[in-house]
Design a protein around this ligand. Structure first.
Ligand SMILES: [Zn+2]
Length: 380
């Protein structure tokens, strides 16, 4: 079988859509008007991804406030926040360029999603002529909505985590029911968990094992057959062309991440200084049998934060090298991250989000062609 290839999920939102989000926050347009812009951008994303030859497409997350907050708020400014949440939670991440992203704060129970990702899948199925995938957020990211130290009155951390697991399970199941062939879980907080950033207390609490155990509580509710198509995405962040945890030694994460009983992984690698050591770690730690399912490792061969377009030959060379360490039947190709995980992102290194969409399509084409060339060279 040729080396499979898959995108993480997001694409830059066109400037017109970003302006519509801002207009909606200011009360200048209605939610229906915002949705019309979202739908137009989603349709354009799907059409253009299909033109690149991408085998499994997404809407580029054009209808989502962000990869992490789509279930609980309509916009990043907090318009349409779900029940029992306030806007002033802890930092999710502080990025290298100095900007930060903040999470809402849970004020009481019960915790419930207001939007499930299956809503997007249903719409995208109508638009796509190829298979559709959907990225969802992890239980471990939702865990950060609960105050770090205190216990909420009348709603224990334990009760909250039970509710989180139920909501995430439902989110994934509904995506499959709506026709998604693949569902990947974003796990960018995995590498950040060892950052020890004093400005951001949760990153100093050594929470990685807790994250993994919580996420496995949900994964273990699915059969091996289902988990074949449930993935985990890891990266050092990707927002406004900046990262949040690239300096954290990758080994800290990669030595533990494959404890997750997922069937595939979308692993940032193209932007690493020493890619070969990443292939080696992935080869060493990924498993042939994760409770009944082999772990297919999609290695990042494209850097979505850089406007420089990779060539298919570069992609091919990376994959051929990766195959020295990772069994080729468990090797795939992906991008290091989504191209724009947050809805407000002007892609500063690219000059504009509209131009960054064009660049993204060129990069995706290079990934697909490079994977084809590598498959040829490796005889698979
Ligand atoms: Zn990412």
């Amino acid at each position: 079988m040729p080396i499979p290839t898959e995108l993480v999920g997001s694409l830059p939102r066109p400037m017109k859509l970003q302006e519509a989000y801002a207009d909606y926050d200011e009360g200048r347009i209605t939610f229906e008007q915002l949705q019309a812009e979202q739908d137009a951008a989603a349709e354009d994303s799907i059409k253009r991804l299909e033109e690149t030859g991408e085998p499994v497409v997404t809407d580029g997350e054009q209808r989502e406030s962000s990869f992490a907050t789509y279930p609980i708020t309509d916009t990043l400014a907090g318009t349409g926040l779900a029940d029992n949440l306030a806007g002033d939670g802890q930092f999710f991440a502080i990025f290298d360029d100095g900007h930060h992203r903040q999470l809402p704060r849970l004020t009481g129970g019960p915790f419930r999603y207001k939007t499930f990702a299956s809503e997007f899948v249903e719409k995208n199925k109508q638009l796509a002529s190829r298979d559709v995938k959907q990225a969802v957020i992890s239980p471990s990211m939702m865990m950060l909505l609960y105050p770090l130290e205190e216990e909420l009155e009348g709603y224990s951390r334990e009760q909250f985590l039970d509710d989180v697991c139920d909501e995430v399970e439902r989110d994934i199941r509904q995506c499959f029911d709506a026709g998604a062939v693949r569902v990947s879980i974003d796990f960018t907080e995995g590498r950040l968990a060892n950052k020890n950033d004093s400005r951001n207390p949760w990153t100093g609490k050594d929470m990685l094992q807790e994250f993994i155990d919580l996420n496995n509580r949900v994964l273990d509710r699915f059969s091996p057959e289902e988990r074949k198509n449930i993935g985990i995405h890891t990266c050092p962040g990707g927002d406004c062309d900046s990262v949040h945890s690239k300096e954290v030694p990758y080994e800290k994460l990669l030595s533990k991440m494959f404890q997750l009983n997922a069937g595939y992984f979308l692993i940032q690698c193209a932007s690493e200084d020493d890619k070969e050591s990443v292939y080696k770690l992935v080869g060493e730690h990924s498993r042939d049998d994760a409770n009944g399912v082999p772990q297919v490792c999609f290695m990042g061969v494209i850097d979505p934060l850089s406007p420089e377009v990779e060539t298919p030959e570069q992609v091919k060379d990376d994959l051929v090298k990766a195959a020295k360490y990772i069994p080729v039947e468990r090797l795939g190709a992906t991008d290091d991250c989504g191209f724009s995980p947050f809805s407000r992102d002007v892609k500063p290194k690219h000059g504009s989000p509209d131009f960054a969409r064009d660049i993204a399509m060129q990069k995706i084409s290079a990934r697909i062609e490079g994977a084809r060339l590598a498959s040829e060279e490796l005889g698979v």
